[in-house]
Design a binder for this molecule. Structure first.
Ligand code: KG4
Ligand code: ZN
Length: 307
């Protein structure tokens, strides 16, 4: 990237690789990183015509994430930094999700309030300035993405579940099979009870279940997750009165969440939701967190385990 302009953002999807297992197998994922990463770096240089000496800064994810994949990534990045004599920044994956929003909105700067929703996180964070994050609320059990993936599996939608559930929900009516909206006090989330509610509903309905009934359940599950996420965002907005609100992370690709977030935030703040390709994990967001943060992250201190 150059400034906020993304020159290239390559992804090698491992979806097909893990689909047969019904989820990500850490060992398989790490091996695939080892096989595919060098070719991706070469392709990025080829397609942009950039030479190593044109690069001002290399950035790599240092966590949180699957340790095998992180080690492959950081090993390659350290090797390239040494071979090309370029500086290296070790970026927090979660910071990357927030900085993706800065790529989507040319004049977006902190302070901002962010709802970060991914496969492993459902966090409400206050970012007063670059490189500073205060967690206001998080999940007590499952993350929103994890809940979507598990619900999708219960509905027989396979892997990856979130996008499949999103598609199916578009054809259903949430009111036909209503599920409870989780509501813990404060700014905490919990999705395990909702998951159990879906499990019991499926058991009560018995087999076989029609495609239409499945779609109603998908829509109801999606509505409960989305309304729960946005209820806490709303509370945090009342507390902090932000001018900028960001919704980001893989789950921010969800159709209903995108639409309802716009309605809930309304004109009280400016809402930025990155385009789909910048919501789900990608390289550009990691580059952005290194490049757009004037407090340059250190190369590779300890692996980041959380914010
Ligand atoms: O941020 P991300 O790409 O990876 C992690 O850092 O975890 O988020 C992946 C999560 C998965 O749980 C996936 O099912 C969910 O985001 N996801 C979605 C949608 N697209 C991806 N969930 C609901 N609706 C979607 N359209
Ligand atoms: Zn992520």
């Amino acid at each position: 990237m150059r400034g906020r302009e993304v020159l290239i953002n390559l992804i090698h999807s491992q979806e097909a690789l893990h689909a047969g297992f019904g989820g990500v197998v850490p060992e398989v994922a790490a091996r695939a990183h080892l096989e595919k990463l060098p070719a991706l770096v070469e392709a990025a240089l080829d397609r942009t015509g950039a030479r190593p000496q044109d690069i001002d800064l290399l950035a790599v994810t240092r966590g949180p994430g699957l340790i095998g994949c992180l080690l492959v990534g950081t090993g390659l990045a350290e090797g390239l930094a040494a071979a090309w004599d370029r500086p290296l920044a070790g970026v927090n994956h979660l910071w990357g999700h927030v900085y993706a929003a800065l790529l989507a909105q040319p004049d977006l700067e902190p302070p901002l309030l962010a709802l970060v929703v991914s496969g492993a996180h459902s966090d409400l964070v206050w970012m007063p300035r670059h490189g500073e994050f205060e967690v206001l609320g998080r999940t007590r059990d499952d993350a929103a993405g994890e809940a979507f993936d598990k619900a999708a599996r219960m509905l027989g939608l396979g892997y990856p579940g979130g996008p499949a559930l999103d598609r199916l929900a578009r054809t259903g009516d949430a009111a036909r099979q209503p599920l409870p909206v989780p509501a813990l006090p404060g700014l905490e989330y919990s999705f395990s009870g909702l998951k159990t509610a879906l499990l019991y509903r499926l058991r009560d309905l018995g087999e076989p279940i029609s495609e239409l009934e499945k779609a109603h359940l998908a829509a109801a599950f999606e509505r409960s997750v989305v309304e729960s996420l946005l209820a806490k965002l709303e509370t945090a907005m009342r507390d902090r009165r932000p001018r900028e609100v960001v919704v980001c992370g893989g789950v921010a690709a969800n159709t209903l969440l995108r639409r309802r977030a716009a309605e809930v935030v309304g004109d009280r703040a400016r809402l930025t939701i990155p385009p789909l390709a910048l919501c789900t994990d990608n390289a550009a967001m990691i580059a952005a967190a290194a490049e757009l943060n004037p407090v340059r992250p250190p190369a590779l201190a300890d692996p980041a385990l959380t914010w």
